[in-house]
Design a protein around this ligand. Sequence first.
Ligand code: 2IT
Length: 444
Amino acid sequence: MKVEQVMSRLRAKYGHEAEYLQAVQEVLESVEDVYNSHPEFEEANIIDNLVEPDRIFTFKVVWHDDKGRTQVNTGYRVQFNNALGPYKGGVRFHPSVTLSTLKFLGFEQTFKNALTTLPMGGAKGGADFSPKGKSRSEVMRFCQAYITELWRHIGAETDVPAGDIGVAGREIGYMYGWYKKLARENTGVFTGKGIGWGGSLIRPEATGFGAVYFVQHMLHLQKTDIKDKTVAISGFGNVAWGAALKATELGAKVVAISGPDGYIYDEQGLNAEKIAYMVELRDSCNDVVAPYAEKFAGAKFVADKKPWELKVDIALPCAIQNELNGDDAKTLIANKALCVAETSNMGCTPEAINELIRHKVMFAPGKAVNAGGVSVSGLEMSQNAMKYSWTKEEVDQKLHQIMSNIHEACLKFGRQPDGYINYVKGANIAGFMKVAQAMLEQGV
Ligand code: 2IT
């Protein structure tokens, strides 16, 4: 396999799908050598088989807004690969969603889910719907219209959706409620469900908690700790919330959060009250962080900028793909940042990743760092199958163990001759080998 040949074939077919091509290229570059040392992979043409999604559903989502007007959006589900288990992955409602977005996310999810070691394949869904400014009943009608189209293609043993940007507990509730009416069954077909009706404890916190546990492993390996470190977080959604909560609990000082309108610099650091306010802002559905600076003295709002210009020890991109670019990476390096952990999926551009690795900054990719979310989704599926639930402590302990195993897998495949850990290589090779081996064993 030659990366350039595969990429030029994909570019000819999918030249307009920039995010998908970016995600595939990163993985292929990481695995090229290992793949080529396994002639049986090449013989079975695993690469061509693995870069194409198994199937894609695209559909029109028609719903009525509060004024009674008909609204039309485009909905998708990309079932990428089920070599390791039922298709599994979140649903994103955001105006930027295209097929390219969901193909990149489904591709990444396949390897991320492999890293968790739980039996889950990879998928992703969503729609170009903007929840911003929508009323509760508009969101409900949209979720119902989305599921009216999708319900036949999902199921507890087939494809298990969950949340992502714009989809949290409320939306999962509406989608699950509608699915039940249509399918006339009550199974664990979604994860991220409410605690009272099949959800798992710790699921809302899991992505952020898992990311901070992973960062702790990275820091401990370099004989340091998150305590007393300054942290910049982007975003103020579910993932940013979990990360802020755990980092603060472990004694770090979270000095920044951000939104589409700009970022907040809070020199004193977040605390429980401020984190609770951040959730209030999110739930308001206005998509702005600026009001934080009006509420808390000493906090500053910087319009239309990202928090990567701040001097911090740790940067956690927690918002969306390609939110940290090459120039941001250069600024962080100049400011002597210790660690950048991608908590959003593909949060850093290839230029940013190259800069960070070239300067030997600790850097880990989303599919390792943010795997805690889907891991607890996997644990929610286990609990649903058992018709039983674990305590908070039990789930948290399992999450700890999974993040520690993922870190070990990254070390195994990512340690460079000079001792630097290339977590991108480590995560990509570990995830890829597992999926490729399963595909080979199951035949075509
Ligand atoms: O990107 C992700 O891993 C998620 N949005 C969570 C997926 C899941 O199935 O819990």
